[in-house]
Write a protein that binds this ligand. Structure first.
Ligand code: ADP
Ligand code: MG
Length: 599
């Protein structure tokens, strides 16, 4: 019987391999731009036609290729970047499989012009479906210029799977952003059908590149992140909670300067924002991990955007703690225990030792303004705490100016308070004019009070009433009965009379309630409307709803005493900067902003 096994022709083998690497025009841009980066280019230009379907051109000023190398580069497994299998683990350049050019050549028409820097004459190569049609000397600038035409011209089935131009263009832009965000020192430009999308000049730092891509307006909304451990170093920027968006778009993780997708680490970031994020929003982040390549596996995914870490749980914790620390440091929220800041350093583990997840002690609830024992007398807090009296934080470190300013801001704010439009409390502070939203401030105070109130405090902090009775519809009544024990724990005294009726005997003294029945109705409404927020526990939702229902309304005129009281209590909160719903409470209009107005 005749033998039936035969080798596939190269062109077919390459097409199959290409299926993994080249999925859409964006994959071509990624591969070609990465090659240009590896070639040491300082300027890279990407030109697209019809969302890259009919043409992708990448021009670089890198090292170029000799005529032999130019031809070799289209062979499968042709690469100048690794020599043996072991190199795979220590690779830090962009490409490393030697497959990209061969794959692209298998599924498109290709034209390459390349010239080494020291050479006068370069090489022109034209390839059609893996077949070299032309190779000849040509005169061209040093560097490499590749044109990829008619993607999947020879594979109609694949061509049909390409999406609309707008979708493919979106993928292209995202791919471009991912690379540009790692290499600010390289100038990148992107054109589509002859119109410019990006023209990013070389800049010395990542934030400047972020500004180049997303506009300068993003900069004031970012806070830096910087953490060094023996497992991983993390650098980068995260967005302030109030600027979080409802849709994805500004979330980037990089590992050793290569973009990666990592849903598990994404949760480490969002978890750190927890309470301070407006509902259903996603924070921005641009985070760069630096890790020994030995401790990761880049090859698990053909397009190399998914990376496996040896020690994911530890990194999750490190990442989460870093974000909390950064938010605490720069968000005007005093939220980190500076005593334990040093403990984020993790001892160097040797290779064979058992790696226990590090214990990172960052106490997000720590607040140097507050002395737990003095919770009842927070009004006297500034007077009673000698550290605060002197304008000093306990264990203050060099780099806590922001916090120190906040403290000063808090104590300065007691001096001159102005009520504005029945809505804001204004106070001149060192850096400008502080504006506090009175209702949100009160919501924050009440929210934290409701969550913390101990039963011993409760009885002394109740206001008794001439009992008010309340009749509800059956559905609300059932819901209310569920809330009743917690409400009573939070300082209410409400009894179930049966038959859809309740009676309110007392409520917490710190709240602002004119009409207890109305307040409870508002509470119910608020509680129901937070029902979709699955991240918050029942207690938090109740406290948030109750805070909303019983906070001082806009339009209420406040006396000096009341304003001072409110400001003091606000600054004694864990998170004075945000309402329980994640809205800003405090804003400082800087002197510069004032001066600009009179320019
Ligand atoms: P890899 O990048 O994984 O090595 P590629 O198929 O992408 O594989 O490229 C093959 C080789 O061609 C590279 O190793 C490099 O030597 C050369 N090459 C590709 N693009 C360029 C370029 N723009 N400038 C200089 N050399 C290049
Ligand atoms: Mg490559």
């Amino acid at each position: 019987m005749a033998d039936i096994i035969h080798l596939l022709p190269d062109s077919v083998a390459n097409q199959i391999a290409a299926g993994e690497v080249i999925q859409r025009p964006a994959s071509i841009v990624k591969e070609l731009v990465e090659n240009a980066v590896d070639a040491g280019s300082t300027e890279i230009m990407v030109l697209l036609k019809e969302a890259g379907k009919s043409r992708v051109q990448v021009i670089d000023n890198g090292c170029g290729m000799s005529d032999t190398d130019a031809r070799m580069s289209f062979e499968r497994h042709a690469t100048s970047k690794i020599k043996e299998a072991n190199d795979l683990f220590s690779i830090r350049t962009m490409g490393f499989r030697g497959e990209a050019l061969a794959s692209i050549a298998a599924v498109a028409q290709l034209e390459l012009k390349t010239c080494k820097r020291e050479e006068k004459l370069g090489t022109l190569i034209k390839i059609n479906g893996s077949e070299i049609e032309i190779q000849e000397p040509t005169s061209c600038p040093s560097g490499t210029n590749i044109i990829v035409k008619n993607l999947f011209y020879n594979i109609p089935a694949r061509r049909k799977f390409l999406k609309s131009n707008s979708t493919e263009l979106r993928h292209l832009v995202i791919e471009f952003q991912r690379i540009a965000l790692t290499l600010p020192q390289i100038s990148f430009s992107l054109y589509h059908n002859d119109s410019e999308i990006y023209n990013l000049s070389a800049v010395p730092s990542i934030p400047q590149r972020i500004a180049g891509i997303f506009g300068r307006g993003i900069l004031p909304n970012l806070v830096p992140v910087k953490t060094d451990t023996s497992i991983v170093n993390i650098r980068g920027h995260i967005g302030k909670p109030e600027f979080a968006r409802k849709t994805y778009g500004e979330q980037f993780f990089f590992v050793n300067n290569r973009f990666m997708r990592h849903p598990y680490f994404h949760r480490a970031v969002t978890a750190a924002y927890e309470e301070i994020l407006p509902p259903e929003t996603i924070p921005s982040y641009f985070l760069y991990f630096d890790i020994d390549p030995e401790n990761i596996d880049i090859n698990i995914h053909p397009t190399k955007t998914e990376i496996k870490f040896d020690d994911e749980r530890s990194i999750w914790q490190i990442l989460n703690a870093s974000i909390r620390e950064a938010l605490g440091k720069f968000n005007v929220i005093p939220s980190i225990d500076f005593n334990t800041e040093g403990s984020i350093e993790i001892p160097v583990l040797n290779k064979d030792s058992q790696a226990n997840p590090p214990q990172i002690k960052v106490d997000p609830g720590f607040n140097p303004f507050r002395d737990k024992q003095n919770l009842e007398n927070w009004e006297n807090l500034y007077k009673e705490n000698p550290h605060v009296e002197q304008g000093k934080w306990p264990n203050q470190q060099e780099d806590v100016n922001t916090q120190n300013e906040l403290f000063q801001t808090g104590s300065q704010a007691q001096q001159n308070l102005f009520h504005f439009k029945g809505k804001y409390i204004l106070s001149p502070v060192k850096s400008g004019l502080m504006v506090i939203d009175q209702k949100r401030a009160h919501e924050r105070i009440l929210y934290e009070n409701f969550l913390e109130l101990k039963s011993s405090l409760r009885t002394s902090a109740q206001k008794s009433l001439f009992p008010h009775s309340l009749k509800l519809n059956p559905a609300d009544y059932i819901l209310f009965k569920e809330l009743l024990p917690d409400l009573n724990n939070m300082g209410f005294d409400i009894r179930d009379l049966g038959n859809n009726a309740l009676i309110v005997n007392a409520y917490p003294s710190k709240v602002h309630i004119n009409d207890p029945v109305e307040a409870l109705e508002v509470l119910l409404h608020e509680y129901k409307s937070t029902q979709t927020n699955l991240e918050k526990g029942h207690k938090e939702r109740l406290a948030q709803s109750l805070a909303k229902a019983s906070s001082i309304p806009y339009g209420k005129v406040l006396s000096q005493e009341e304003m001072k009281d409110l400001v003091d209590r606000l600054f004694a909160c864990n998170s004075p900067n945000y309402s329980p719903g994640g809205k800003p409470v405090i804003s400082i209009i800087s002197m510069e902003e004032f001066e600009e107005k009179f320019n």
